[in-house]
Design a binder for this molecule. Structure first.
Ligand SMILES: O=C(O)[C@@H](CO)OP(=O)(O)O
Length: 249
């Protein structure tokens, strides 16, 4: 048995374009992002990788991207499950801050530690901050003392894996083609798990916006091809470079 999994980071968002730390702030995709989502649909169609089931985060940029990608390949009707556990990493007190200014103010080492280190979270965000989601009704089911106010990638792995095991794995095992539409850092957490990437090596992994990453998984849900396969490898390469260099302009 082999399972088919497609990972899709949302298309470019309004705040990606403005170079702002986003995290749980619920911004939409911009025009470029809409184009990326539609192109994702074309790629899925051309490879005959038509999703049977969708899992998304609770954030508009992932939901909108998934809707466009599915609509474009006539799969707008498939069952959907949404979970905060697929949300972007909560970026703590950096949410709403400009990446270039943060780099300048704190220096490259601190900036990259906050962006990419495995276990150093940014400072905590006040619950009444304008960029806080602490009292957002969509998170009311998360006990207040477990509701994130900042997260490092390790925290994301820990909150994402229970959802992976309980919701996504059964769908994969039932032979369905599963689409997971999520975010740069929640997908880094998932890829780390799938490919068994070390805490040190995950620092160097970046996920491009809007390009489907296809994994064929064996019976133990291990990737047949390590790292999976981007359906548009050239575009993925260029976009990965851009994500990597964010802030440095
Ligand atoms: O701002 C964010 O939420 C993320 C993803 O866009 O940024 P970064 O790539 O810096 O982790």
């Amino acid at each position: 048995m082999s399972a088919k999994l497609i990972l899709l980071r949302h298309g470019e968002s309004e705040w990606n374009a403005k170079n702002l730390f986003t995290g749980w702030v619920d911004v939409d995709i911009n025009e470029k992002g809409v184009g990326e989502a539609k192109r994702a649909a074309e790629l899925l169609k051309s490879e005959d990788l038509l999703p049977d089931l969708l899992h998304t985060s609770l954030l508009r940029r992932a939901i909108h991207t998934a809707n466009l990608a599915l609509d474009g390949c006539d799969r707008h009707w498939i069952p959907v499950q949404r979970s905060w556990r697929l949300n972007e990493r909560h970026y703590g007190a950096l949410q709403g801050k400009n990446k270039a200014q943060t780099l300048e103010e704190f220096g490259e080492e601190q900036f990259m530690t906050w962006r990419r280190s495995f276990d150093t979270p940014p400072p905590v965000l006040d619950t009444d901050d304008e960029f806080s989601q602490f009292n957002d009704p969509r998170y009311a089911d998360i006990p207040a003392d477990e509701r994130p106010r900042t997260e490092c990638l390790k925290d994301v792995v820990e909150r994402m894996l229970p959802y992976w095991e309980s919701a996504v794995v059964p769908d994969l095992k039932s032979g369905k083609v599963v689409l997971v539409t999520a975010h740069g850092n929640s997908l880094r957490a998932l890829v780390k798990h799938l490919d068994g990437i070390s805490d040190a090596d995950i620092v160097g992994l970046n996920i491009p916006t809007g390009i489907p990453l296809y994994y064929e998984l064996d019976e133990n849900l291990k990737p047949v091809t390590p790292g999976g396969r981007y359906l548009d490898p050239d575009a993925a390469k260029a976009s990965i470079e851009a994500v990597k260099n964010q802030g440095k302009k």
